[in-house]
Ligand binder design. Structure first.
Ligand code: PLP
Length: 377
């Protein structure tokens, strides 16, 4: 099988596994607000989907996104999800020979987009106590070269759950400005953070803020997100977008409704996922050799290190798979550090987390010492 077929078969198995407990994709399984459901139903009832949406997105949605970020002086370009925005930006601003800098771990797809246009990719390792699981701006300054065209920061970081401080963002923005580099600030998980600073406020000239409705609102399968930047950047991006016929009107109606009810609906989602994190922390602390290096996490997920318990991430993921629970082994995120951890997504029903926690002692015992090749989903 070709690699895309393998990857696709993996996702196909996942979506066709009945009653799968999704603790691996950072998706949000909270019950939607009725107003969001009604907006989608209305779109179907009225058969509004016969039309194309405006190319840059519904005006109410564009305004809602910049308002949600507090970046009202900037402009939003709605896309088929954050990943489409990342693809668009990489293809617009990178050329052969340019350099793209990110962290390790990072979110991997933008590296593939950068390489596909002939750019070279440099990763700064941030995993480990020695780095505090975060990017020290001095290390970015040391890595940057005259060829650096794009710096890509996932903040909060997926999978680590660390978020940059205001001081770090300020320093990172200064470093990018001095180098003349674009800063892609991937804020897909911003809504889950305890504290979050937008680089665009300090470096509006060349910061591209990536926004997603997949995580906080739980619309992953509907594919809607945005890029937010100054008018000149958006003008350039909008001149040759991958989808000039507008993102799904259905998804945009849902996103508009979500933003309208966000202040009423989202606080409970946030509290639930934080309580889920706490339950996992308690369970992890009871088991010798397990460790949560970042707690609390600023994302809707947590990382658990398994090495000192004599357990590989793959073996533990395989054990959970037998119980219809999907978690991620670290190698999904990073080749260098992937043998150290699993990642568990927590914006899910309490019962799923309870089952994960209840099974943990037993499955650690079963997974211990298992290191044969294991087929995961
Ligand atoms: C850091 C990061 N950026 C972007 C995405 C993709 O978001 P979207 O579903 O909006 O395309 C993900 C999805 O997991 C992600 O982790």
């Amino acid at each position: 099988m070709r690699s895309f077929e393998l990857r696709n078969a993996h996702f196909d198995r996942l979506v066709n596994t009945p009653d799968l407990k999704w603790l691996g994709q950072n998706t949000n399984h909270a019950k939607l607000h009725p107003a969001v459901v009604e907006a989608m139903e209305k779109c179907i009832r009225d058969e509004e989907f016969h039309i194309y949406a405006p190319p840059a997105g519904l005006e109410e949605l564009r305004a809602g996104i910049v308002d949600d970020l507090g970046l009202n002086e900037l402009s939003a370009l709605v896309s088929d999800g954050a990943v489409a925005s990342l693809y668009h930006v990489c293809h617009t601003f990178l050329q052969p020979g340019d350099e793209f800098i990110t962290t390790d771990p990072t979110w991997n797809w933008p590296m593939a987009f950068a390489r596909s246009v002939g750019a070279t990719v440099k990763q700064i390792p941030i995993y480990g106590e020695e780095h505090g699981y975060r990017l020290a701006p001095e290390r970015l300054a040391a890595a940057i070269t005259p060829k650096t065209k794009v710096v890509y920061i996932v903040d909060p970081n997926n999978p680590l759950g660390t978020a940059c401080t205001a001081e770090e963002i300020s320093a990172i923005a200064d470093i990018c400005r001095e180098a003349g580099a674009y800063l892609i600030h991937d804020c897909t998980y911003r809504h889950f953070a305890y504290d979050h600073t937008l680089a665009a406020k300090q470096y509006p000239e060349k910061t591209l803020t990536v926004y997603s409705f997949s995580k906080w609102l739980g619309l992953a399968g509907l594919r809607v997100g945005a890029i937010v930047a100054n008018g000149d950047i958006i003008e350039k991006l909008a001149s040759s977008p991958p989808n000039n016929l507008g993102s799904s009107i259905f998804s945009q109606r849902a996103a508009v409704a979500g933003l309208r009810v966000k202040s009423e609906w989202f606080p409970d989602v946030l509290a639930n996922q934080r309580e889920n994190q706490r339950l996992i922390k308690e369970a992890v602390d009871r088991i010798e050799g397990l460790h949560m290096p970042v707690y609390p996490s600023n994302g809707n997920f947590v990382v658990i290190e398994t090495g000192n318990a004599g357990v590989t991430p793959e073996a533990l993921a395989a054990e959970y798979q037998q119980h219809n629970i999907m978690i991620r082994q670290g190698s999904y995120h990073t080749a260098t550090f992937g043998d150290r951890f699993i990642k568990v997504s927590v914006s899910v029903p309490r019962e799923w987390v309870q089952e994960f926690v209840d099974l943990l002692p037993d499955l650690i015992e079963r997974a211990r010492g298992r290191n044969e090749t294991i087929k995961l989903f």
